[in-house]
Design a protein around this ligand. Structure first.
Ligand SMILES: CC(C)(COP(=O)(O)OP(=O)(O)OC[C@H]1O[C@@H](n2cnc3c(N)ncnc32)[C@H](O)[C@@H]1OP(=O)(O)O)[C@@H](O)C(=O)NCCC(=O)NCCS
Length: 330
């Protein structure tokens, strides 16, 4: 029996000001604006300034989310960051963020579930709150992917951008309606090779050889990931609807991981979900990994589409391979 339920008390997002347009990429690799827009829906991505690391983006988004929740940083009692492009291998980006927020003492942890990171950390925060461990948890999806992208590889460099999105999730009572209803997570480690940064970890530490053979960067098998993304996101959405005894008509907005518009469209088609109710800002952001869902959610809130009281389905897939979905009333 849960003692409490979890509500989304505040949201915030931050995209750094520097842009990489499709035209910019035409100068770096053999590609063109039309191909990129047709195959992915992406027109531009944001890039962190040279003096910005992942925690800096996370900090900006966090301040906005805390303010939106009508709280002060001191009210936060736990921080969870979803990232695979942290400031350092160690310490964790959540610890760096904790220090920036002046919150020494509270627990801070990173979760490396790649593009599914935000659903993973939402589910963890929901479990902590339901158990009564914490009252106001700051969850942040934050990435500076552009430092790990090979701008000589046309298949990957067109996809990724930088950004951060944060939510404050807070304790509420078990009778409340505006709560996280469910989360479903999955992973298929046997498919880890489909998206991997092969070197720079303990398996193959950083060296001159690693620099020379380009294994420091993200590498991927795009077409296979595409198929798996549609399969797993559709399956976790189905799982979420069945668990909540809902169908697509109960959902006001689908906020999927923003990797490629064609993937989002295929997932919506899979369960007859109207495309007009799919939140997509992939054209202006590209794939910001763990940040896409909270950033897209925050944009849709600010432009008036997502409103309090609506029912939202989130779904994501990512390296690992990982995947997940969550349903909430906002
Ligand atoms: C990468 C992706 C955009 C490629 O689109 P696609 O429709 O699957 O394209 P294909 O892989 O079939 O490639 C078609 C052709 O375009 C070429 N191509 C690849 N990237 C290109 C680019 N940037 N510009 C122009 N041509 C390109 C390929 O080399 C291929 O040429 P070929 O037919 O001569 O072999 C798409 O597969 C995708 O989005 N996958 C998911 C990736 C992802 O989300 N990764 C991160 C999450 S883990």
């Amino acid at each position: 029996m849960s003692l409490y339920r979890t509500r989304v008390a505040g949201t915030g997002s931050y995209l750094p000001p520097d842009l990489i347009t499709n035209k910019d990429l035409e100068k770096l690799v053999d590609t063109n604006d039309e191909w990129i827009r047709e195959r992915t829906g992406i027109s531009e991505r944001h890039r962190a300034l040279p003096n910005q690391a992942t925690s800096d983006l996370a900090y900006e988004a966090s301040l906005l989310a805390i303010k939106d929740a009508n709280l002060e940083p001191k009210d936060i009692d736990c921080i969870i960051v979803g990232t695979v492009t942290g400031d350092y291998q160690t310490p964790s980006t959540s610890c760096v963020l904790q220090a920036k927020l002046g919150l020494n003492g509270i627990p801070a942890m990173d979760v490396g579930a790649a593009c599914s990171g935000f659903i993973y950390i939402l589910s963890m925060a929901d479990a902590y709150i339901r158990m009564g461990m914490y009252k106001n948890i700051l969850i942040v999806g934050a990435e500076v992917t552009t430092r790990f992208v090979n701008y000589k590889d046309r298949e990957t460099c067109i996809l990724f951008g930088d950004g951060a999105g944060a939510w404050v999730v807070s304790r509420t009572d078990t009778q409340a309606k505006d709560v996280v209803y469910s989360s479903h997570l999955r992973a298929e480690g046997s498919l880890g090779d489909l998206f991997i940064r092969p070197s720079g970890g303990s398996k193959r530490p950083f060296s001159q050889e690693v620099l020379d053979d380009n294994s420091y960067w993200f590498t991927m098998k795009g077409r296979e990931i595409y198929k798996n993304a549609v399969r797993t996101m559709s399956a976790t959405c189905q799982e979420a609807l069945e668990f909540n005894k809902m169908n697509s008509s109960h959902i006001d907005w689908l906020v999927p991981h923003q990797a490629n518009w064609r993937i989002m469209e295929a997932v919506a088609n899979h369960f007859d979900f109207p495309k007009e109710k799919v939140i997509s800002i992939v054209d202006q952001m590209g794939n910001t990994s763990a940040a896409t869902i909270p950033v897209a959610f925050d944009f849709a809130r600010k432009d008036g589409r997502i409103k309090r009281g609506q029912t939202i389905l989130l779904t994501a897939f990512g390296a690992g391979l990982t995947a997940g979905s969550a349903v909430l009333q906002f």
